[in-house]
Design a protein. Structure first.
Length: 316
């Protein structure tokens, strides 16, 4: 069925055309692709992140030729924008069932960037990556919330349960799961779940007032942790509410006391040459944004990750 809705994106990232039928990277020579997952029916508070992909793409036009000042590279010639995936929009399980075959096909063709949507999209994405690589993944998870609750207000799954479910399903390597920026309220069992399973949580409190060289120990510790686990494939899941609302007010569940955009960029730059295999950026809700602060932050994080990937590929 053709699930075409009015809120799907009209223009591509960095001004690229939307080409849903783009040839695979082996034919096009463009290794990276982007697709939107416009789903926000699993949120706790404000909906609106189905509009995130379009807002992120629009904000990315401010990056002009997209040449990164640190990596001195631009993704314009290495990226295709496939537009937004056509999905039902009322049932989480129906959405995930429609999403999975599309994701599986795209992982065979490109290294993907996924634009959310709410954070419930990450679980089916990890299921697809686990099957594609035949092994569980390492994961770096930027977020205000631990997303380790065992249910979603009485429902079995939602945007706050995906980490718990990913651990229970064996989609990720517990010791190679890293959370950054966690600070929301929650019982100890949820807050400390990742630590208790052998992973590492860098809370927002732990990172307060630290940037630049002050984050080098975090960069080094994560590198060492991944090396100890054999440098497995690494997936990035970036929830925009990791930022303090001063930097990203346009999200459904804002939490004061978060990271700055500069801190996140320092970490992404420092980890640019990890064994990345894909990323998502979720929970951008334009109806609650101001002056495009949130969509600009989101597009910049994606651009930084892509340019870092290109720089790492060029050096090997």
């Amino acid at each position: 069925m053709n699930h075409t809705f009015a809120y799907l994106s009209a223009g591509g990232f960095l001004g690229l055309p939307i080409t849903p039928d783009a040839p695979p990277s082996s034919e096009s020579g463009k290794p990276f692709a982007m697709a939107g997952v416009t789903w926000d029916c699993s949120v706790t508070n404000h909906p609106g992140s189905r509009l995130g992909p379009g807002a992120i793409r629009q904000a990315s036009r401010m990056l002009c030729d997209a040449t990164h000042p640190l990596f001195d590279t631009s993704p314009l010639d290495e990226l295709v924008d496939l537009g937004d995936l056509l999905l039902p929009n009322t049932s989480l399980e129906t959405m995930r069932a429609a999403l999975m075959p599309q994701v599986n096909a795209l992982l065979d063709r490109h290294e993907m960037v996924w634009l959310g949507g709410d954070h419930s999209i990450t679980l089916p994405l990890l299921r697809a990556y686990r099957a594609h690589f035949g092994q569980p993944l390492a994961c770096i998870h930027f977020d205000a919330h631990c997303d380790t609750w065992t249910d979603h207000f009485g429902e079995p799954s939602g945007h706050g349960t995906w980490v718990y479910e990913a651990f229970k399903e064996g989609l990720v390597i517990p010791e190679a799961f890293v959370q950054v920026g966690i600070r929301s309220s929650g019982v100890r069992e949820a807050r400390e779940f990742v630590n208790d399973q052998g992973g590492r949580i860098y809370t927002a409190r732990e990172l307060r007032g630290r940037d630049g060289a002050g984050l080098q120990d975090v960069i080094d510790e994560v590198r060492a942790r991944l090396a100890q686990n054999g440098n497995p494939p690494v997936y990035l899941s970036f929830d925009i509410d990791v930022f303090d609302p001063a930097f990203a007010p346009g999200t459904g569940t804002p939490e004061p006391g978060g990271l700055t955009t500069a801190q996140a960029m320092t970490l992404l730059e420092g980890w640019h040459d990890l064994n990345w295999v894909g990323m998502d950026l979720v929970e951008v809700a334009p109806p609650y944004d101001h002056a495009e602060l949130t969509s600009n932050a989101a597009s910049t994080m994606i651009w930084t990750w892509l340019c870092g990937r290109l720089a790492a590929r060029a050096s090997t």
